[in-house]
Design a protein around this ligand. Structure first.
Ligand code: IMP
Ligand code: MG
Length: 171
């Protein structure tokens, strides 16, 4: 395994995720929410958040792709689509691993806004705000990070390192 330096350890990620689930619940209150977890990067964060969410919630999965290697690309593609019937008239919470250039989130906001949904929000574990290319932000995020390429806790480099229980910097 390459040299990976811990940036956020498992305890701090779990603590912050619990806070986020409370903040999110205080927005939706007794309304049902559909967590839409983006494959594959958000699965670990989405599971932790979903498990701690004390309200009516369902979970769906979607897969979009914009990254190759270490660079973002503008051409976002839907690889695994969603059953659009399941999101009609629902509150949608996009669960992301990281918002970097913002192209993926912009695509997802546009996609859900084009369907008949009640509301669209996003929670992202990480926010690489300094790299933003389009004016888009997650509604909630766990941690703001500098311009670093990170792996672990779901995030990969060419499909490796998703299983690390922490977020680390790939040297
Ligand atoms: P964006 O479209 O540039 O905002 O990128 C979103 C996607 O790029 C994320 O969902 C990740 O899959 C991937 N990504 C962005 N930055 C990183 C990183 O530092 N490590 C691993 N994946 C990243
Ligand atoms: Mg990825």
């Amino acid at each position: 395994m390459k040299n990976i330096q811990v940036l956020l350890n498992e305890d701090e990620i779990i603590k912050r995720t619990k806070e986020l689930s409370k903040e999110i619940k205080s927005t939706y209150k007794d309304e049902e929410v559909i967590f839409v977890s983006t494959l594959k990067g958000s699965i670990i964060f989405a599971s932790e958040l979903f498990k701690n969410y004390e309200g009516d919630a369902k979970i769906e999965f979607i897969r979009v792709s914009s990254y190759s290697g270490k660079e973002s690309s503008k051409s976002v593609k839907m690889i695994v689509p969603l059953d659009e019937e399941k999101v009609k008239n629902k509150n949608i919470l996009i669960v992301e691993d990281i918002v970097d250039s913002g192209y993926t989130l912009e695509y997802l906001y546009n996609y859900f806004n084009s369907l008949n949904v009640l509301s669209v929000r996003c929670v992202s574990l990480l926010n690489k705000e300094c790299k933003r290319k389009v004016k888009v932000d997650p509604t909630w995020y766990g941690f703001k990070i500098d311009d670093l390429f990170v792996v672990g806790y779901g995030l990969d480099y060419d499909e490796l390192y998703r299983n690390l229980p922490f977020v680390g910097v790939l040297k």
